[in-house]
Design a protein around this ligand. Sequence first.
Ligand SMILES: Cc1cc2nc3c(=O)[nH]c(=O)nc-3n(C[C@H](O)[C@H](O)[C@H](O)COP(=O)(O)OP(=O)(O)OC[C@H]3O[C@@H](n4cnc5c(N)ncnc54)[C@H](O)[C@@H]3O)c2cc1C
Length: 420
Amino acid sequence: MKSDIIIIGGGMAGAAAAISAKEKGADVTLIRKGYGSTALSSGAFDILDTKKDVNSLNKRHPYRIAGEKNFNLFKSSLNNFLKDIKAEGIQIDGAVTKGATLISIAGVFKDTNLCQHSICEGRLSGLKDAKILFFGIKGFAGFNPKQCCGLFKEANENNNLLIKKIDYRFIDFPGHEGETFPSPFILAMRLDDESVLEKFVSVVKKTARKNGYTHFGFPPILGLRKANAAVTALEDSTDCKVFELLPHLPSIPGYRLQMSLDRLLNKKGVTVLIGDVNMAAIKDKRIESVSVKTRNGILNIQARSFILATGRWAGGKAVKKNGIYEPIFNLPIYEKERIAEIKNVADYLDSYVLESHPLLSVGIRVNSRLQPLNDEDDIAYKNLFAAGAILGGYNYLTDQCGLGVAFLTGHLAGKYAGEG
Ligand SMILES: Cc1cc2nc3c(=O)[nH]c(=O)nc-3n(C[C@H](O)[C@H](O)[C@H](O)COP(=O)(O)OP(=O)(O)OC[C@H]3O[C@@H](n4cnc5c(N)ncnc54)[C@H](O)[C@@H]3O)c2cc1C
């Protein structure tokens, strides 16, 4: 089997790479063994902490490596992507340079840049003078509205957020009264059904009648595919603004994002293959083919260029005498300025705070064209590019840039590989 470009990994980085390589006219095959962090993420699209600018980041940060000029291309490439993905049923609102603070199901806050439309009305900046009612679902332990309310009320008082009222109610999930729901997916899938949604809307309407609420907050269960339709139906019949809270794991908004990426890849004509890439054939510093373990046996696929987008933890590791290596192409994984080693767990737990925890920024090194480097800091292979969380040098939590780095580096890697 042959393709112009092979992408290994099907999260945000792999998908962005596939789309931009396809735009260059290449024949693209994307191989993934499953879902990674993109499907686990909260659905908030972090690009960069608005208090930071690109030049203030660590010199190994992928935004710095890609260069300021490329970072400034973010806006136009992201806008095109947001238009495409909206057509696949997921609307993402916000702006690259704008910050938004959202409420999580625990009642605490998270700063981000863009977020799914169904979550957007929960932006703190729009809640001044609001009267908010949170809905818990009886039998669903994944959201405790009492705890959420308690912490949120405390934050309202301590930070003078000027929210007028915060309260909660439990409702039955219509047609399933007295049942327990171990997973949010059960509820979200049911709410994609129009007749169930209609009954749900009428329960919400009845419960919240005549209390002057302006906003209704829900756990993130308002549909796996049709969350926007659920928000519109609830808003139309209650005259209140409706929003989902940010999830913990498992994440319905993360899964929604991943499913929309899958649909978009299909629409763009990218061939998607499910399998585990476990080996590469190499000649004269060029990758000739990769070997993929699929359900139907081993496949060898040749290509002109390859893009590695296997994620930070999802891709596994190979442990050698002198440190940790990426398992398919044998690339060294760096922890700050040296190759990472397996240490005692206690070394990692000792006095680290999130700010400096080495495990949060480990990964491979690349040059400015996103070509991975070997132990000698030379280009490892002439036709390999890398993107997303496999890259080291940044901490997606403290820099607030998880999906942003995956998108931008994916977009650029696809462009470079597509240009040949
Ligand atoms: C719990 C959690 C919450 C997060 N929340 C946020 C958030 O709110 N906002 C934000 O911006 N970022 C968030 N992040 C970070 C963000 O999700 C990631 O940085 C981003 O999704 C990484 O995308 P990726 O495409 O590089 O990797 P992934 O999405 O992890 O994709 C890796 C892909 O590689 C495939 N793969 C791996 N090895 C192989 C192999 N050998 N063969 C074939 N396929 C392979 C996997 O199956 C998968 O498809 C969160 C991360 C986590 C873990």
